[in-house]
Design a protein around this ligand. Structure first.
Ligand code: AMP
Ligand code: ZN
Length: 438
């Protein structure tokens, strides 16, 4: 592969929209045929009075019923498999962000394609075989570990499977081995930076870091900018989910104008979560994905619960694969407080605008005297507890800005840096202690 090429898979990455659609139809038809080997889909199609031959155009996709996480749970563990188990070489179980685990099976071909997807993304943001890639994700059921590992190896980089936690060791690896690229969940990057500061390491001078892949959890544009400023790197948003393979499903290009979702691997639909009808480009809805290149466990019209919108199709980078906005969160992350719908990311966006605040925060919902309340605890960048007037003013300013955003006035509590819990995996941003009235 020519290092100067912008594309790892030019044949697929630079396809025209028409060619993408032709390829999608061809792959959709073979995916549907593959699905007929799974007891689940065979029954689904029979119940819907649908035959594989009924899918003659991409519009016909809408004849196919949606697949939900509940379907995956109901068929636990192997009811969705489209190949005999002896052909499968790996099983991942979802980290269970919500509820019971689910099982995802992979053949060797599935794993190869997954590695190709991740390699394509890393190449897209400028990484080449000379780079040194460190992965701070947990290795195990969380697909961010093995997913990035095989993708970075496929690209040909020297890889450091550091795994999660032990920040001092992570930083030592970075400085000693000349790490140029890191994959991390965004909430962990800010923790790493703190430890660097405490150990007298200046990431700009003492490391060769230039690219970060951040993802696996919702984060705001403000959070990304902070990460870029702190470490002196470019941080690219990486979207993945176990059901679709893991990381590699969508990734930002150097334009940082939304995530390219790879349409040679997936069909993307954005639907109204209530009516399940498609929403026009630009409007927020639920992301629905159909896999186009999977053997062991293809999924048709899978309701991800993630909320986003279409930003566009073409891009100055030369790729015509659909661009989606950063995820707002999952529909199940939405808090309903006194009838108002609120996403944690809306709160983060405001908090990150205050220079005085560090990046860690926690939202607690409580019922006090029969009223539901929200308390936002956020860490201070520097302690100035001796200056009460300043603290009070800052709390009021934050409260006012939050009210403008979420239309409710939360309690704001400024706490010393390091006092809120840090998770090694996905950050826990909301604790709901409200009374439930029956
Ligand atoms: P899991 O399959 O358990 O790793 O979780 C997948 C879920 O993580 C997705 O459905 C999203 O809700 C969330 N997620 C993954 N990547 C991102 C991202 N870049 N931005 C926001 N949420 C993400
Ligand atoms: Zn692009």
């Amino acid at each position: 592969m020519d290092d100067n090429s912008n594309y790892l898979h030019p044949q697929y990455e630079t396809m025209s929209i028409d060619d993408i659609r032709d390829l999608q139809l061809e792959r959709l038809q073979s995916t549907v045929r593959q699905c007929m080997k799974s007891p689940f889909y065979k029954k689904r199609f029979e119940e819907a009075g649908l035959k594989p031959d009924d899918i003659q155009s991409l519009e016909d996709l809408r004849k196919i019923p949606f697949t939900t996480k509940q379907d995956l749970r109901d068929t636990y563990p192997f009811g969705m498999a489209s190949v005999p188990l002896r052909q499968c070489v790996r099983l991942h179980s979802s980290s269970g962000t919500t509820g019971n685990p689910t099982v995802i099976l992979h053949t060797q071909k599935d794993l190869d394609e997954w590695a190709n997807q991740v390699a394509r993304n890393l190449w897209m943001v400028g990484l080449r075989p000379d780079d040194v890639f460190q992965n701070s994700s947990g290795y195990g059921m969380f697909t961010g570990g093995l997913g990035f590992q095989y993708g970075a190896e496929r690209l040909g980089m020297l890889t450091i499977p550091a795994a999660a936690g032990n920040s001092l060791r992570q930083i030592k690896f970075m400085t000693d081995f000349g790490t140029t690229a890191v994959h991390a969940v965004p909430s962990y990057v800010t923790r790493l930076y703190e430890v660097m500061k405490e150990s007298g390491i200046d990431p700009r001078k003492d490391t060769k870091l230039k690219v970060l892949a951040i993802g696996a959890e919702p984060h705001s544009e403000e959070q990304r900018k902070r990460i870029e400023d702190m470490l002196g790197v470019k941080a690219y948003n990486s979207f993945g989910m176990s059901e679709m393979c893991g990381p590699g499903v969508g990734f930002e290009c150097k334009e940082q104008n939304g995530l390219h979702f790879w349409e040679d691997y997936y069909i993307v639909e954005i639907v109204d979560p209530e009516t399940l009808e498609p929403v026009p480009d630009g409007e927020i809805g639920e992301l629905v994905l159909t896999t186009l290149n999977r053997e062991a466990m293809p999924l048709l019209r899978y309701r991800t619960r993630d909320l986003t919108r279409v930003l566009g199709h073409s891009c100055p980078c030369g790729r015509n694969h659909i661009r989606l906005d950063r995820m707002r969160g999952r529909s199940d992350d939405m808090m309903v407080l006194r009838g108002v719908n609120i996403f944690p990311i809306q709160i983060e966006k405001i908090l990150m605008q205050f220079k005085e605040l560090a990046s860690n925060y926690l939202i607690t919902l409580t019922t006090d005297d029969d009223n539901d309340n929200m308390t936002v605890e956020v860490e201070l960048e520097e302690l100035f507890t001796d200056d009460f007037q300043r603290l009070l003013k800052l709390e009021k300013d934050i409260q006012r800005k939050l009210k403008d955003e979420i239309l409710l006035t939360p309690h704001v509590k400024l706490v010393p840096k390091g006092s809120l819990p840090v998770s090694e995996g996905k950050a826990v941003r909301v604790i709901d202690k409200r009374k439930v009235y029956q």
